[in-house]
Ligand binder design. Structure first.
Ligand code: CMP
Length: 139
């Protein structure tokens, strides 16, 4: 089934000028970037986006890191896009990520892990709606 998923290229990656290299991995995997915008998240945006982690010990640091520098927010489209992108990203902890994945290639640590991707189709819809209107997504 053709799906859409939400992606963020995180500050650790934009800071190191890795947007193009990460997009190349995404496109080589057969995912299509159907919307993309560079944006500096506000603290409120980051807090809301990561609300599910509010009680976790790393929440404060996560919000700080995500607002430190610009990010690139994206909508990716393709066959089974949600699961496909999670495969392309690799494990949250780069030490456990498989060879050839974005996190294995570029991530610095579990916190500075270069990319975010939605974990389900329902969350993809919620996350996309936080950053894009329907007319900004051109499939
Ligand atoms: P992400 O997919 O963006 O979702 C939540 C983020 O929290 C995760 O990637 C990591 O970057 C970050 N994080 C920091 N520490 C941890 C941790 N101990 N476990 C899981 N996620 C963590």
């Amino acid at each position: 089934m053709t799906e859409r998923t939400f992606s963020i290229i995180k500050p650790d990656a934009t800071r190191r000028n890795l947007t193009g290299k990460i997009n190349a991995v995404i496109e080589d995997a057969g995912l299509r970037i159907v919307a993309q915008r560079r944006v500096k998240l506000t603290t409120d945006q980051a807090k809301k986006f990561y609300e599910v982690h509010a009680e976790r010990p790393f929440y404060g640091e996560l919000v700080e890191q995500m607002t430190a520098e610009p990010v690139v927010v994206q909508v990716l489209e393709g066959e089974n896009a949600v699961a496909k992108y999670r495969e392309v990203m690799g494990a949250t902890n780069p030490e456990q990520a498989a060879e050839g994945t974005i996190r294995k290639s570029f991530a610095l640590s579990i916190g500075e892990n270069s990319v975010h991707g939605s974990d389900s189709l329902d969350n993809a819809k919620i996350e996309i709606a936080q950053f894009f209107t329907d007319d900004q997504i051109v499939g």
